[in-house]
Design a protein around this ligand. Sequence first.
Ligand SMILES: Cc1cc2nc3c(=O)[nH]c(=O)nc-3n(C[C@H](O)[C@H](O)[C@H](O)COP(=O)(O)O)c2cc1C
Length: 210
Amino acid sequence: MKVIAFNGSSRKNGNTTILMNYVLGELQKEGIETEHFLLAGKEIHGCRACYQCAQNRDQRCAVGNDILNECIEKMLEADGIILGSPTYFADVSTEIKALIDRAGLVANVNGDMFKRKVGAAVVAVRRAGAVHVFSSINYFFFINQMIVPGSSYWNLGVGHDKGDVENDAEGIGTMKALGENMAWLLKKLQGEDHLLRVTDSVQRIRKGNV
Ligand SMILES: Cc1cc2nc3c(=O)[nH]c(=O)nc-3n(C[C@H](O)[C@H](O)[C@H](O)COP(=O)(O)O)c2cc1C
């Protein structure tokens, strides 16, 4: 099982990274493979609304001059997807917005290709706007028919300067609970998936249709 975590913060080792690492730490404790992918410093553009993806239907964005298709490939192969963002003017960072818009449209025209993957948001904030960021990310998960675990609070940590979120004990607790719940959910879904495959095989054997 694998979880891919996209980090939309512009600051290396900033608050989003710290919060994300608490979530990923809990997943790793449960034996789940994780990848922490930083969008900062890489090229990722907004959607051009060319709708060529709807013509091609090849699970790719038709504009291939940046890292978006690499991100889509990582999302397709993962069982869980985390989108982490700082709060910028009460919304997600530009990089996360570009990922949401383009991966979202490609998923939509390819039959909801992230369906039943597990999704989670991680948000860093100085003071206000974080629940709106949390909502923006969750809208992406829900319209993609993804499954979203909860935590002990909405998934946010408070801090301004790099490292400040380490002082937000409640925020750290929220991230740890999120990681635990995400791991629990991933394992349940994997068990359910396995059961469905076994049931399907048994039915095919019974029908003599092996
Ligand atoms: C362009 C910009 C806009 C911001 N807008 C907000 C905001 O609307 N609300 C807020 O509480 N903090 C805002 N902040 C502060 C960051 O959300 C906060 O410092 C956060 O911890 C940064 O996370 P990072 O260390 O991962 O970059 C803003 C910061 C920047 C650079």
